[in-house]
Design a protein around this ligand. Structure first.
Ligand SMILES: [Zn+2]
Length: 247
């Protein structure tokens, strides 16, 4: 059956001498694997199109009993050319691609598809890639039903005035409940309010987030840790290792 859908390219692997395997997150089918025959030859119509971050309109002849499908035609929906030419956007954007790539099965999910589209659009339009990637992680956790609770203590449920993050379990406790733990990261009020407010913003307003001097590296660590505690596939992310070395 002939199908077509919008799909983000998460990862491209070579196949044989001239073909390519595309790992995609599509609007209508969730994660799919497409084989692009001859894509690495000079004359291929797919050349230049199939690279990570691209949002393509892909056409394929679906055979349900196969774990992959053959790409028959593709056009750019959005190329994200600014994003792709910004090294910082590539670094932070790669964390997002890798999270989705490593998840074994991701079903079609319009919320998740739109989140990805909005976050890449924000990066394309010059929003801080780091902030956009924080936003993605916080909203992704919500969509998956595994939010980081930043309002109430994970243990006693009282409203948080100060927060203490427990990296081993990826949750926040209050001033009364953190003392039994030796490994805790104290969250200053600027970090706590950023974590609270950021996921409530519409993506179009990410450019308005004011840098109030929060500890950016700490926010990275909190969010990467939270992912690792909730998804086995996120315990080690190559893109995060790269960022740790670069920062
Ligand atoms: Zn408590």
């Amino acid at each position: 059956m002939l199908q077509n859908t919008q799909a983000f390219i998460l990862k491209v692997n070579p196949k044989g001498e001239t073909s390519a395997i595309l790992h995609c997150f599509s609007k209508d089918f969730g994660k799919i694997i497409l084989i692009a025959k001859g894509a690495r030859t000079a004359k291929s119509p797919f050349r230049g199109l199939i690279e990570p971050f691209s949002l393509l309109n892909v056409h394929f002849n679906e055979k349900k009993d196969r774990p992959y499908q053959f790409l028959s035609q593709a056009e750019y929906q959005q190329s994200f050319s600014h994003l792709k030419s910004n090294p910082e956007a590539i670094l932070y954007g790669s964390v997002i691609l890798e999270i989705l790539y490593k998840e074994k099965e991701v079903e079609a999910n319009v919320l998740l598809f739109d989140l990805l589209l909005n976050v890449f659009n924000a990066m394309e339009n010059g929003v801080s890639p780091q902030i956009a990637h924080w936003y993605f992680i916080l909203r992704f956790l919500e969509i998956e039903g595994l939010s980081l609770n930043t309002e109430n203590c994970y243990h006693c449920d009282q409203e948080l005035e100060k927060g203490y993050f427990l990296p081993k379990i990826g949750s926040i406790r209050c001033q009364d409940c953190h003392e039994e733990f030796s490994l805790i990261w104290e969250l200053d009020p600027a970090i706590l309010s950023l974590l609270k407010d950021l996921p409530k913003l519409p993506a179009e307003q990410l450019g308005d987030v004011v840098d109030s001097g929060f500890d950016k590296e700490m926010i990275n660590r909190i969010l990467w840790n939270t992912l690792a505690t909730r998804f086995d596939t996120c315990r080690t992310l190559k893109s995060v290792d790269v960022l740790r070395k670069v920062l």
